[in-house]
Design a protein around this ligand. Sequence first.
Ligand code: KG4
Ligand code: ZN
Length: 333
Amino acid sequence: MNILGIETSCDETSVAVIADGREILSNVILSQAEHSKFGGVVPEVASRTHLRTIVPIYREAMEEAGVSLDDIGLVAATMGPGLVGPLLVGLTFAKGLAFARSIPFVPVNHMEGHLAANILQHAGLDQRHLTLIVSGGHTMLVEVKEFGEYEILGQTKDDAAGEAFDKVAKIMGLGYPGGARVDKLAVEGDATYFKFPRPLLKDDTFQFSYSGLKTAVALYLNKLSPAELDKHRADIAASFQEAAVEVLVEKTLRAAQRHNIRHVTISGGVAANSRLRQWLADRLEKAGKKLFYPTGELCTDNAAMIAAAGYYRFQKDGAGEMVANAVPYLKLA
Ligand code: KG4
Ligand code: ZN
């Protein structure tokens, strides 16, 4: 069965066609460039850009996949969490298509989409696994008992990890969104240059906190002269990244051990981080466990993961309701 996926929860307009929850036929992603000059996503601008681009992106995805609507057996679209205006554009477009052509429709939880990116790409992944969802909006450790059955072990008390990466990038003058730029710059830096705090590292729960780390970096940068900042830009990026990532690595390893889980996945934009991938893979391997992560394009927001989650939902629960509305604070479990 071919599944049409639509994602518009934030500032990516994306449409994908996948086959049977495993094979990507197309995954067109437009990252809206309009927001960079504002240093963050402007919801109204995002809504208008989704409206302007959703039809051409849909046409491109269908053409690239070599299919017509007659070949689509299921339509899936993100219903939340996300920005309400942007969500409504994709959701309404998807419901319109499905209704007009009598195609079954499934509304998708964006976070379930992120974790489904790993199921889509890794046939060898155990049904029961641990997942760390780390994005610009979320930082949470979830035990996946099977697709659709979740136990949230812990999450952030304040900012998300990706938000900290973005804010640090912004105050360092690296632009928005900055996570990938911090990652790239950190490769050339000395991660031991300055020891930033590791929030809640020693705490025995699976909660996270990133607002203090962000403030610590801001205070540190305030004390530096422009010349010092210029000289040590890469060292500071690497030192911040080391602090941010160490907490993710340690808590994820601890959760996998305590809950006796063999397979671990990371998903969401920060799962693209090279230090997180390498450090966590290494620690898990030493503990006799295995890490899986999506390819870069499937870490950040995309419609292929939404199509996959929609397909697995459809297999589990059948078609969803056409009356599904956008839910900005939709929970995973
Ligand atoms: O999943 P995503 O596209 O959107 C949300 O659902 O939030 O994640 C975007 C986040 C941004 O905060 C971005 O800076 C971060 O993921 N990000 C990274 C990297 N690539 C993207 N953070 C650290 N290292 C990266 N390589
Ligand atoms: Zn996301």
